[in-house]
Design a protein around this ligand. Structure first.
Ligand code: NAP
Ligand code: MG
Length: 486
């Protein structure tokens, strides 16, 4: 049964309002293409209202700014309780709007409480330093929230991305305006309702559904927004960095996906490497920023590995995301499905060997067969560009030295992985590979305690971990003169 849709409007100042233009847009189910709901379509005028509300809530005399930091943490902990109370419903809503298999959506919402509490625990541990300096003075630092933050979300993990960004900004004491992705607005609205229920004062959290070109652009250009945090494509990330400097100088955090290399050495345990490599690229239909989309296998085991990888891919069950036995659901929309199918055609045309898959499944919904290419070389488009679909590209290498150079020969630098039983090999690889996250004998394994983010064109700044609040804080140095004599 379809989950109930409770919220479809904009959320400003703790109230549900229509867009000033009166416009709405459709959100559809990727499973069958049916319209789930019509959602208020915010644009510049609505962003202006939301930023005004967020600014009022950030005033030095506001309830939020005067609140004891421990109380701020308590409100966020209360929110964790509410997310746990509604975890099943939120998982259903995520699956319905995004096409994520229900099992994965329930895993995300089931562990959300832990992530929220981790970040909430940082709220009252934000403190500066006292600094000895020469002369008759002493200095200390204050760490203060940067101000109104614009948080622009992708559609691939709407709940997880909402929580990462919103919790961190709130723990730091900021106020926020959130723009969810046009494909997946529903869970952001449901979470905003829970933040209100948890006791977040009005204006602290605002949600403007809408399109990147209108609502997103208005947010990134708004002179009263102090910081933007964005997860999405590298292309849009670059636009956001430019926009952020156009009127005022916004602080920016960017998480922009990748073309992550996973290396399998010939001493690896293939009983682990084969399923992890598959999980790394087929999980969530390949719509994962850290997807292991360049799989480098040592030449001595290449043919054996490819055979096992093909068998694994063939065993993946594709279908209705709410079916508990299904492992792969639909791509998020028709446009993304066609983009992925286009990459598959490019792969074939450029000479990669299609071993299995490669086609759309059925004609309803946006499903693609788990696809494996062998004989992929570094110069092929499928080895260079982020596909964001269920496409495993297997490349061949001979030595560790060679594969490190090839792994690094990309503008991206989000994640990397290696399967080996040789500690030396693992340590050399982890030291020299250019990535923000590296896995050894596992893949996609993380927790709220671990900093997450990229290097090079995969962006900068880290989410999660103790330092995650820093990009939402300014350091103010105060120097106080001491009288020479008592
Ligand atoms: P996208 O265009 O980068 O969208 C991400 C978010 O930015 C959405 O909320 C989007 O709004 C908004 N946006 C778009 N243009 C903007 C602008 N000029 N100013 C401000 N905000 C703007 O991503 P996409 O089109 O959905 O997906 C395209 C590709 O991005 C995928 O194929 C994949 O390669 C990559 N991607 C990466 C991640 C990741 O986790 N790093 C996540 C999603 C996608 P709309 O809702 O209107 O698009
Ligand atoms: Mg887009």
């Amino acid at each position: 049964m379809a989950p109930e849709i409770k919220y479809t409007k904009l959320f400003i100042d703790n109230e549900w309002v229509d867009a000033k233009s009166g416009k709405t847009f459709e959100t559809r189910s990727p499973h069958d293409g049916a319209v789930i709901a019509r959602v208020a379509e915010g644009d510049k005028a609505d962003v202006n209202e939301a930023v005004k509300a967020a600014r009022r809530a950030f005033h030095r005399n506001s309830e939020w700014r005067l609140m004891d930091a421990s109380q701020r943490g308590r409100i966020l902990n209360k929110f964790a309780d509410l997310v746990e109370r509604d975890a099943e419903y939120l998982g259903q809503l995520e699956s319905y709007d995004n096409g994520m298999v229900l099992n994965l959506a329930q895993l995300v919402t089931g562990s959300a409480g832990k992530s929220i509490r981790y970040i909430a625990s940082l709220a009252d541990k934000i403190q500066g330093d006292t600094i000895p300096i020469d002369g008759e003075a002493f200095s200390y630092t204050l760490k203060q929230p940067v101000g109104v933050c614009g948080l622009i979300l992708p559609w691939n993990f709407p709940i997880a991305m909402f929580l990462n960004k919103v919790m961190t900004a709130l723990a730091a004491g900021c106020t926020v305006v959130i723009k969810p992705a046009e494909q997946t607005p529903l869970t952001a609205l449901a979470l905003a309702a829970l933040l209100k229920e948890a006791g977040v004062p009005k204006g602290v959290v605002n949600v403007i559904n809408g399109y990147g070109e209108t609502a997103g652009v208005a947010l990134t250009h708004h002179p009263h927004v102090a910081k933007i945090s964005f997860t999405g494509s590298a292309e849009v990330g670059k636009l956001i960095q430019q926009a952020a400097g156009a009127r005022n100088l916004k602080r920016v955090t960017l998480e922009l996906g990748g073309k992550s290399p996973l290396v399998v050495m010939d001493d690896a345990d293939l009983n682990l490497a084969v399923p992890y490599a598959a999980h790394g690229v087929f999980s969530h239909q390949g719509q994962v920023c850290v997807a292991a989309s360049r799989l480098y296998v040592q030449s001595t085991i290449y043919d054996k590995f490819v055979e096992a990888a093909v068998n694994f891919a063939k065993s993946i069950k594709v279908g209705n995301p709410t079916d508990a036995t299904v492992q792969q659901g639909p791509q998020v929309d028709e446009e993304m499905m066609n983009k992925v199918l286009g990459y598959i055609e490019r792969g074939k045309k450029e000479g990669a060997k299609l071993m299995t898959g490669g086609k759309r499944v059925g004609s309803t919904g946006f499903f693609i067969e788990p696809t494996v290419f062998a004989g992929v070389s570094d110069d092929m488009t499928i080895a260079k560009e982020e596909i964001f679909g269920p496409v495993q590209s297997i490349l061949k290498f001979d030595t560790l030295e060679e594969v490190i150079d090839r792994a690094n020969d990309t503008n991206y630098g989000l994640a990397a992985g290696i399967f080996t039983t040789n500690i030396n090999t693992a340590l050399q690889f982890t030291k020299h590979v250019e990535a923000g996250v590296v896995w050894v004998n596992t893949y996609l394994f993380t927790g709220p305690q671990c900093p997450f983010g990229g290097v090079k064109d995969s962006g900068y700044g880290r989410e999660n971990g103790i330092q995650s609040v820093d990009p939402y804080l300014e350091v103010k140095t105060v120097t106080v003169a001491l009288p020479k004599k008592l």
